[in-house]
Design a protein around this ligand. Structure first.
Ligand code: ADP
Length: 255
């Protein structure tokens, strides 16, 4: 696995509004992220987590500072070029799954490939492979309403990875899931990080979920308060393998 810096944020600030109502959501963020890393972004509500994720995801631009992605200065890109960067290098997963309702799992996963203009046959094959990768073989023709929350999030993850992104940005991916499904989704995200080398940036409030990351970055008042690497559990916590009624503690890092 490569350990080159993939992302460099330097002196990033974000001010919403102007004059007396101006609010500084980010107050100077410096952050270097290596290819293949797995970050949990934590911190109280209003500390700037979503703002920094939107900037990292090229959905918003900073007020000041520099964002370098794989050697490219993002602030020098046009809006269209940023959209291309997003489409080709980034995948997004949200708390609320954000699937199209009356649309099958397969069609949901195909959407990013349609935007890319891929031909039908290749689209089907690639989307099916992504669904297989998240453990949803046989569920291709079900609509979100026919799937559990955990399965819907798997479809959303398949949609995020179907374009083979470099980075997966996940905003509270287990926020709407029960404990058992949360563990399964975190196992899946960890596998994508470890086996596909996808860099993962995940906002979470839950220490149990942050425990899956290699690194925990904590935001407070628009600044990084702490940035710690943590030992990664090498195997699935035993209580998660058992399934059923799972009481999840922090995954045991000693095994
Ligand atoms: P978090 O994700 O950590 O909860 P956010 O990044 O969403 O924090 O927000 C940081 C601060 O910026 C909050 O105080 C929020 O009210 C403010 N904020 C976020 N978006 C806007 C906006 N579009 N306009 C004005 N203020 C905003």
């Amino acid at each position: 696995m490569s350990h080159a810096a993939l992302i460099r944020l330097a002196g990033i600030t974000k001010t919403y509004g102007s004059g007396p109502v101006a609010f500084q959501a980010l107050r100077g963020i410096d952050l270097v992220i290596e290819a293949g890393d797995f970050l949990a972004i934590m911190g109280p509500s209003g500390s700037g987590k979503s703002t920094v994720m939107n900037i990292l995801g090229c959905l918003d631009t900073p007020t000041d500072g520099s964002y370098e992605f794989d050697g490219v200065q993002v602030e020098r890109l046009s809006r269209n070029e940023r959209a291309l960067l997003r489409r080709h290098y980034l995948g997004f997963v949200f708390q609320g799954f954000n699937l199209l309702a009356r649309t099958t799992a397969l069609e949901n996963v195909e959407l990013p490939l349609i935007y890319r203009g891929e031909p039908l046959a290749r689209r089907h094959a690639t989307a099916r492979a992504a669904l297989r990768q998240v453990g949803l073989e046989g569920w291709e023709h079900h609509t979100p309403g026919e799937l559990s929350g955990g399965q819907q999030q798997r479809v959303a993850i398949a949609r995020a990875i179907v374009t083979r992104p470099t980075v997966l940005l996940a905003d509270e991916p287990t926020g709407n899931l029960d404990t058992r499904n949360s563990v399964e989704i975190m196992e899946l995200i960890r596998t994508l990080n470890r086996e596909q080398g996808i860099t993962v940036l995940m906002v979470t409030h839950e220490p149990d979920m942050a425990a899956y990351a290699r690194r925990v970055v904590r935001f407070v008042d628009g600044r990084i308060e702490s940035d710690r690497h943590q030992p990664v559990p090498s195997t699935t916590p035993p209580q998660a393998v058992a399934g059923g009624e799972v009481a999840v503690g922090t995954p045991d890092r000693s095994i």
